[in-house]
Each structure stands twice: as structure tokens, then as C-alpha cells.
Design a protein around this ligand. Structure first.
Ligand SMILES: O=C(CO)[C@@H](O)[C@H](O)COP(=O)(O)O
Length: 260
């Protein structure tokens, strides 16, 4: 019989393989942690071990001050940062850190990634912000993450001249944010080689974010229907619904899809 802690160790261990799979880390860089729901505990990888060697049994259990509660190995050198986020963001269930190349390049020049493509509106709902430069070893990085993301929709922050930290409702969501952060960092960088890049209008960003966060994928039928409601409402508000055309008569619609 596996316990919730055993399952979290297995999940956090498996998610480290996703960092390799998506090209987000080199050698032993980066790390993933997960909060054990309903507890003051987190699970994080051991420091400096090859991703190929990681096993669920090696995952380290720490309290939210970063103190090791279970495990023989030393915890990730970013444990203090992860723990600080969990202490100050009770809504966060997972934290990820990577040095993914395109996003880390944006952090190296200290420039936020502008919300210039719909995929950024979907996942980030805004630009991806830059946090302060902070040396590893105390709460500085954690403080920079929390301060930068405070009141911000983005689940990702580019810590200046260091790399990416992402947060999520659970560890898997934080890994997804790290994957999407690198994807859009690359795309927007490439776009800038082709020509000027402009930020999407905020109202479009808001609509993209709302749809993606609440309707995209296998959303419950009522949410999916509600997402269509505004268009239907506009149609019915704009003109009385056309009488059903006689079966044999063709119906011509205008450019907006309304009956001509
Ligand atoms: O950024 C750093 C070191 O500067 C760390 O995040 C390493 O990238 C991963 O450290 P461990 O998790 O293996 O301790």
C-alpha cells in the first residue's frame, strides 16, 4: 500500500525525466519539487545526481524551512528557494527550476519576454517577467520569485542572469509552465530575427487566457458551452434569428456568419 508521500516521491522523480525530455536542463542542472498536500512537507531531488540515476527512493523530504526530514542524500541546492515559495504562496503545489537555453538567454539580458503570440496569452496571460539577480544559498532567490510573481498571472519568472523558475498548482503544472516558457522564449526570439515583434492587445490576452485556463481541452460541457455563449448572445442580440429557411431554399450567410 503506497502512501501519498510515496506517490509524490514517484511523481517528482518522474517529472525530472520530463526536464530532460524537453531539453530544459544540461547535466545535473535544474530541479523539481512538489508540496505534500495537507502537510508542511515538500519533496525535492537530491543535489548533483545524474538524472539517469534518480529513483523515487532517493527523493528528499524537507519541511517548509528546507530542513531534511527524510533522506540520506543532500537536498537540491535550490531547496531554500522552493521552500520559501511554498511558505509564502499557499496556492503553489509545485516549483521547477531550469537553465533552459532560450529562456535563460532572455534572463541574461534582463528582458521580459513580451506576450506577442497566442500561446503566451494561453499559458502566461501576460509577459514573462524578469526577477532580480540573486545568489544561491539563502532566501534571496525565493524572495525574488515571490516578489516578482506577486499579483502576476505568469507561472514563470526569469531570474536575471540565472534561469527559469516556475510555479504551479502541482509539480506537473510547474513542469508544463517550464516547457511552455522555453517554447515561447525560442519562438519570440526567432520572431525578432525576422522583424519587429509587438505585444498582443491586453483584451485579446485576457480572452486567450480565460479560454485556455477554463475551456481548453476536455473542459466540462457547461464550461465549453459557456465559452460559446458570448458569440451566440451577440448573434441573437444583433438580429432576430432568421426563420428556418424552406428546405429547398439555399441560405446565404454574410462575412460575419449572420444570415444575409
Ligand atoms: O542553478 C543552480 C546552481 O547555480 C542549481 O539549480 C543547479 O542547476 C541544480 O542544483 P541541484 O538541484 O542539483 O542542487
Amino acid at each position: 500500500m503506497t502512501t501519498p508521500l510515496d506517490r509524490l516521491k514517484a511523481e517528482v522523480c518522474a517529472l525530472h525525466a520530463e526536464l530532460l525530455r524537453w531539453g530544459l536542463v544540461a547535466w545535473t542542472s535544474g530541479n523539481v519539487s512538489g508540496r505534500l498536500p495537507g502537510s508542511e512537507l515538500m519533496v525535492i531531488k537530491p543535489s548533483g545526481l545524474s538524472y539517469d540515476e534518480l529513483t523515487p527512493e532517493q527523493m528528499i523530504v524537507c519541511d517548509l524551512d528546507g530542513k531534511v526530514v527524510e533522506g540520506e542524500l543532500s537536498p537540491s541546492s535550490d531547496t531554500a528557494a522552493h521552500a520559501y515559495v511554498y511558505r509564502n504562496r499557499p496556492d503553489v503545489g509545485g516549483v521547477v527550476h531550469t537553465h533552459s537555453p532560450y529562456a535563460t538567454a532572455w534572463s541574461a539580458v534582463g528582458e521580459p519576454i513580451p506576450c506577442a503570440i497566442t500561446a503566451m496569452g494561453d499559458e502566461f496571460g501576460d509577459d514573462i517577467p524578469v526577477g532580480p539577480f540573486a545568489l544561491i544559498g539563502d532566501d534571496s532567490i525565493g524572495q525574488g520569485i515571490v516578489a516578482t510573481l506577486d499579483g502576476h498571472r505568469s507561472p514563470a519568472v526569469l531570474m536575471r542572469q540565472h534561469g527559469v523558475f516556475t510555479i504551479g498548482k502541482n509539480a506537473k503544472a510547474a513542469v508544463k509552465a517550464a516547457v511552455m516558457c522555453e517554447d515561447v522564449a525560442r519562438t519570440v526570439h526567432l520572431a525578432r530575427q525576422l522583424g519587429p515583434v509587438s505585444r498582443l492587445p491586453q483584451q485579446d490576452i485576457d480572452r486567450l487566457y480565460d479560454r485556455y485556463q477554463n475551456v481548453y481541452g476536455q473542459a466540462p460541457a457547461d464550461k465549453a458551452a459557456a465559452a460559446q455563449a458570448p458569440a451566440a448572445a451577440q448573434t441573437s442580440a444583433a438580429q432576430a434569428p432568421a426563420a428556418p429557411a424552406p428546405a429547398q431554399a439555399p441560405v446565404t450567410v454574410g462575412s460575419e456568419g449572420e444570415p444575409a
